[in-house]
Ligand binder design. Sequence first.
Ligand SMILES: Cc1ncc(C[n+]2csc(CCOP(=O)(O)OP(=O)(O)O)c2C)c(N)n1
Ligand SMILES: CC(=O)[C@@H](O)[C@H](O)COP(=O)(O)O
Ligand SMILES: [Mg+2]
Length: 628
Amino acid sequence: MPDSLLRRIDHPGELRQLDRRELPRLAAELREFLVESVSRTGGHLASNLGAVELTIALHYVFNTPDDRLVWDVGHQSYAHKILTGRREAMATLRQHGGIAGFPKREESPYDTFGTGHSSTSISAALGMAVAAKRAGLARRAVAIIGDGALTGGMAFEALNNAGASDANILVILNDNEMSISPNVGALTNYLARLLSSRFYTEVRRRGGEVLKAMPPIREFARRAEEHFKGMVMPGTLFEEFGFNYVGPIDGHDLDVLIDTLSNIRRLEGPQFLHVVTKKGQGYKLAEDDPCLYHGVARFNPRQGVAAKGAALRTYTQVFGDWLCDMAEQDPRLVAITPAMREGSGMVAFSERFPDRFFDVGIAEQHALTFAAGLACEGLKPVVAIYSTFLQRAYDQLIHDIALQNLPVMLAIDRAGLVGADGPTHAGAFDLSFLRCIPNLTLFTPADEDECRQMLYTAYLLNSPAAVRYPRGAGQGVPERRQMQALPVGKGEVRRHGSRIALLAFGSMLAPALTAGEALDATVANMRFVKPLDDDLVRELAQCHDLLVTLEENVIQGGAGSAVLESLQKQGIVKRVLQLGLPDRFVEHGDPAQLLAECGLDVAGVVAAVQKHTRAIYSGIELAYTVNS
Ligand SMILES: Cc1ncc(C[n+]2csc(CCOP(=O)(O)OP(=O)(O)O)c2C)c(N)n1
Ligand SMILES: CC(=O)[C@@H](O)[C@H](O)COP(=O)(O)O
Ligand SMILES: [Mg+2]
């Protein structure tokens, strides 16, 4: 067995020492390592398998990290991490204290830009290219963006800007015809036409010969223009944007990639390389089902991912079932996802109600205003969206939906900490950025049944509404099939105690009930952040020494702040302890461990309350103590 090439590479300089004839073997070793490693840690797999040759070729041709690589979304950057000194650290992938699942500046100089949310790479790379030009540096900046990420509007804002510049930016479109689900939209159809163009089929038929026959670089652009004009769609969209377009080329052919990248690297101005890959390449199970193998938990690589049902139902499943039940009752219901059909639990709905299901691509801003348009015409749109991705569409929520008081309902999944995906994906802020919006009703269900009933209640409203629920399993509370509207803005006392009242929002009710037993505290399930149950706040303040608010959201501006404002509005002076996520980004890791780290597990809540009450009852005046 020849010694492992992969084990000889601790940085790209060593990669660049290899004879290019050794690179296919390196690719095979890298692919095998990826399957083995990710099967042990979990993470993103299919996208990484599809980017193996492209990653090798990029680090082989470009002088990284001086030449900048920016990976869009960054979920496909494991090969990049492995080749840049983190091969052994892959065993710690997405674990507490381990390496992140996305590029991260503080993790490596080769991670030139932190990503996680899609469609940012061209903007960032353009910034780097313009900075290099201004400094008179020959440095190149490369954005590697998938066909899914290219459906994000921000990518086109950047293309528009870059194409009119003289920046030395290279945009590489990694086209595998997949987002998480199969890619959607007119752009996808257009790219498919490019792939079916005579040029690409010619290159595929004759291998890399067509490209290798290309003249030396200075002739490259001119003769490519002449020689292939008839083969490629006349004036591709990207040329219209001011880029020199090259491709489509085979993204798994290292020779073609290296020759093409070497040629392009020496060209000046905005370049666009269209690369065709297969998501899941080289691991048949992932090739056959790139959607299932997009993000995986630990699995046996010989047997593949086991589609096992979890012991408890997830909030995502609660939503997906409610959506179908509601659609049966109301033909006006239409459902929208910005490219997260599977993650949002909408597969069944999309199959049962295909003409009422809209996957708009990675386009959260469009998703919300599209919903607003649908609502203007009497339909009842439900937008399923992760909390973190909703951040992209904040102005659309305010300007297009709330200001016009349109009945659009947001089903906000992944609210709170998400765990392995880390701070780029945490839904840590939605209570703060939503509760300040006029006309919006904001629900925080505490269990699966309450989630179903709140989704129903929110849907019945004739105004904007948002129901936010966490990633993963609920509390094992069976959902009543019969949907029943809840009194809006009303919470409930779940346990009577003395002196201390715990005011829990959403996922924090469960730990609050357990902590309440230990503290003999009253526990209230507040249910709504907006409108807040002011009467309940007043009643609790009147018969307790201390109010403790608990939320899986940053303390700043969150539900606890709403309680403070309520007390102030009612002229009530009362000690309040606010418990929630701290004013920092919480790193990736196991969700339960992260919550404990933030003091939001039972032990943390009990300790914080006891510390606070000791201070009070020992006379030390502590008006407010927040969980730092
Ligand atoms: C703003 C935003 N919305 C949604 C997502 C979720 N997401 C992660 S990867 C992905 C699909 C990306 O497709 P593509 O760019 O083609 O990469 P591929 O997985 O095909 O390599 C989506 C929708 C995200 N990361 N960011
Ligand atoms: C890379 C990306 O943004 C998505 O794949 C995301 O990781 C999905 O998150 P869930 O696993 O919570 O659906
Ligand atoms: Mg893709």
